[in-house]
Write a protein that binds this ligand. Structure first.
Ligand code: ATR
Length: 274
């Protein structure tokens, strides 16, 4: 019998944890499926995806740098893909490509279910105004924080992004300039790519309220952002490994209609990254 075929497309993609995560979910839920990593050339994603569709692929994840291109290639988009302007999950049926984005919900699930922090009523600082920040902004707003301040090294970009999502006069969403932030926050989320370059962010220490949560969406490294947060009084420091597992769980649910139990998968990976 033929297995249902899934894949993650990226460049680079060799070190992606997604094949391991989905293999664990499939074993747990007794699903007859395969999941592979496909390295597409930077100018060849569309062609690689078309081939995968023609070969009966059932679904795919999309990672850097193809999420925006995937968005443009979809025949149907979910509202959260539309909000994000990028797609990380493709469902393929009879040649029709449907795109969704599970990154934001993955972050929310990790913070709420794994770390046990409710977002409702909290003061949240979100740093970044690129693709990653855009993807997580609407789901964070959906949890009804008391405040959500968006800040970015280039402040104009944060303002442009925020304008799209301020839908009511009493919106909790505001913007502020990174270096002159004067308030403190319960939850500070780094959605910039600074950590990739191991670069610190010019952030005043006062943004971290005593006992706050500092979350870096990058995983596998104690970043300069988390280092600063720890010294400035944040009591919980988290990288984005849980977000990675949770966004995968949401993709798995879209494809298979089953919610995997994420904790053992996260614990196994966490033990390796400690
Ligand atoms: P991604 O898809 O990862 O969000 P992106 O769209 O290129 O990537 O956006 C990168 C984000 O990280 C931007 O918000 C960028 O700030 P600018 O808009 O000012 O460029 C932010 N960023 C990258 N390096 C940074 C650094 N060293 N300090 C602060 N912010 C940084």
């Amino acid at each position: 019998m033929k297995h249902d075929r899934y894949a993650v497309f990226g460049n680079p993609v060799a070190h992606s944890l997604s094949p391991r995560i989905h293999a664990a979910f499939a074993a747990q839920a007794e699903q007859d499926m395969t999941y592979e990593a496909i390295h597409a050339p930077r100018d060849g994603f569309a062609a690689f995806l078309r081939r995968f569709v023609a070969e009966d692929g059932r679904g795919a994840n999309v990672t850097v740098p193809f999420k925006e291109e995937a968005f443009r290639l979809c025949d149907i988009l979910t509202p959260r893909a539309r909000d994000a302007g990028a797609v990380n999950t493709l469902s393929l049926e009879e040649g029709v490509i449907q795109g969704d984005n599970t990154d934001g919900v993955g972050l929310v699930h990790d913070i709420e279910h794994n770390l046990g922090w409710s977002l409702q009523g909290k003061r949240i600082l979100l740093i970044g105004a690129g693709g990653a920040a855009r993807g997580v902004l609407p789901p964070l707003l959906g949890q009804r924080p008391a405040r959500l301040m968006l800040t970015n090294r280039t402040p104009e970009k944060a303002e442009i992004l925020a304008e799209e999502f301020v839908r009511a006069t009493d919106s909790p969403l505001t913007t502020g300039a990174l270096e002159s932030l004067s308030e403190s926050f319960d939850i500070v989320i780094n959605a910039t790519s600074a950590s990739l370059a191991n670069a610190p962010i010019p952030l005043p220490n006062r943004v971290f309220a005593p006992d706050s949560l500092a979350y870096d969406i990058m995983y596998g490294r104690h970043t300069p952002f988390l280092e600063q947060a720890g010294k400035a009084g944040a009591s919980v420091l988290s990288d984005g490994l849980g977000m990675l597992v949770e966004q995968a769980a949401e993709s798995f649910y879209i494809w298979r209609g089953l919610r995997p139990v994420t904790r053992p998968v996260l614990e196994t990976l966490r033990a390796e990254y400690r």
